[in-house]
Each structure stands twice: as C-alpha cells, then as structure tokens.
Design a protein around this ligand. Sequence first.
Ligand code: ZN
Length: 286
Amino acid sequence: MALSITNALTIDVEDYFQVSAFAPYIARSEWNTRECRVERNVNVILEMLAKHNTQATFFTLGWIAERYPQLIRQIVAQGHELASHGYGHERVSDMTEEAFFADINLAKIILEDLAGTEVRGYRAPSFSIGTRNPWAFDYLARAGYSYSSSIYPIKHDHYGMPDSPRFAYEVRPGLIEIPITTLRALGRNFPSSGGGYFRLLPYAVSRWMLGRINSGERESGIFYFHPWEIDPDQPRIDGISKKTRFRHYINIDRMEVRLNQLLRDFRWGRMDHVFLNKLSKNAAVA
Ligand SMILES: [Zn+2]
C-alpha cells in the first residue's frame, strides 16, 4: 500500500505493572519490587524500528527514565523523538491542579536532562484529559510543552471526549492538541489508533481503518502501543477482573508480527515531524 501520507508512530513507555487498569491490584509502593521488563521490550522495539528504517515518538514516564538513563539516551541516539508521559502515571482526572503541574514539570526536566534536547510533546496517562479537566491544557502550555496527544474522541468506560475535534487543533496559544485517531462512521467515532483494539480486531480491519483516514480523509493518523504489548512472557498479575485480564493479554503473542506488517503497509514518522511542521505551515499561511 504505497500511500503518500505519513502517520505518527507512538510508544507509551511504561512497564506492565504501571498500567492504569492494574492500579486497584498493584500499589504504587510495590512498583520497585516487581520484575522490570521495559528495558528488554524497548530494545526489541528499537531493533524493529531500525529494521524498517522508521522513526517514532516515545512518550516516556519520568519514573522509567530515572531508572534506565542509558535506554533513554539510546532512544534519542537512534533518531527518535523523546516526549513525556508524565512522571508517575497517575490519571490527570485523579490529580489536583498543583499535583499535575508538578508531575509534568518533573517529567520534562528528567527527560530533557537525559536527552540533551527540548521535550515538546506530552501524552496523558490513559488519555485522562477531558471535559472535566480542561485546566490541564493551561498547565501544559505554562510548563513549555508545544503539543499534547491526550484526547481520545470516543466513548469508553475509562476515558474519552466524543465531541472534541478529531484532528489536530490549537487548544491554547502555542499548544496543539493532536487527538488519538478515530474513524467517523454511522454518526459516531470508532477507535482506530492501536492499543488494545489493534490486538483485539483482525489486522485487516485496522489496516482498512487507517487506509480510510489516509486516502479518504487525506489526514495523518496516530498509532500507539506499549512495550508490554509485545511481551508474551511478562509475569501474570493475579486476582484481576476477567475484563481487565482480557483487555491486557488478548493476542499479545501476535502483536510483534502485526506491528511488522503495519510498519510495512504504511508510512511512519515522529509526532513532531508529522504534525508540528504541517501546522506551523498552516499558521504561516493564515
Ligand atoms: Zn500509559
């Protein structure tokens, strides 16, 4: 499929025990006692990207960056964009304004110190910016971020803002929101950006949806996944609900093969290269 539109490939760098759906089962204070898999998994991803000659954006937790500085330097050295996933993976909807501002500042400082370059992008844990906390954008602009990719314009039990714009827009002066990609059909938005849906649906469906966005709407899409999604050998978490187990582990053993196919079928790049240049060009015309 030789489409001329470039999509943004994004990886949310966190470990399997930090996933929001596991928060009721794994206390934050236990994180340090769990077997870490993130270094091994990110290395697999870096090799895969090198093989496809593809650059991506890594939205990384400050908590991870502090523990794996060498991994962070490697991400940057291989030409990828380092961006922020906050420090401690707390949902924005669970934080006070002060705690949020502290979290995004701390993450930016840690990441910039390791990268040696400016960190411009931010993605909220579990897409937790929505109608109830629009103040988050004021703090992101104040902390010096240039873009956010935090809103999922769908209905979901844990997140979503179904009525917000589907494509990039200036949400505050100097701050662009680049929403997670959806396909508009039958009067509603369908998730088309990866994550659990990509593992759940047949690959052909995901390919068709992104193809529609590229060739039908002539828009760039976003794809996101997590390092733990390519790791069938990660330790299993006991006592979790059936729904959480299903969402976390479904088709994990097929993910790497599918990702390779996705990288072959579409053109991919970093968030800043795909979206920021395009938008600044539009702004210059306006
Ligand atoms: Zn996350």
